[in-house]
Design a protein. Structure first.
Length: 59
């Protein structure tokens, strides 16, 4: 299969996926003012957004 997967795939024909999402534990909680700034109440979910830095310009 040399062609890209998305070129000829009908999404309706694909099976549904099953996801596993563990329960969030209430630990290392931000204060409400910090949580509003950071966009999450849980410090362990506060991941930096790298954005363009993560894109490799080499081809």
């Amino acid at each position: 299969m040399n062609e890209r997967l998305t070129d000829n795939v009908q999404l309706d024909s694909l099976p549904l996926a099953m996801a596993y999402v563990p329960w969030q534990k209430w630990r290392d909680i931000y204060s409400s003012d910090v949580a509003l700034q950071r966009g999450t109440l849980f410090a362990e979910l506060d991941k930096p957004f790298i954005g363009q830095e993560a894109v490799c310009d080499e081809q």
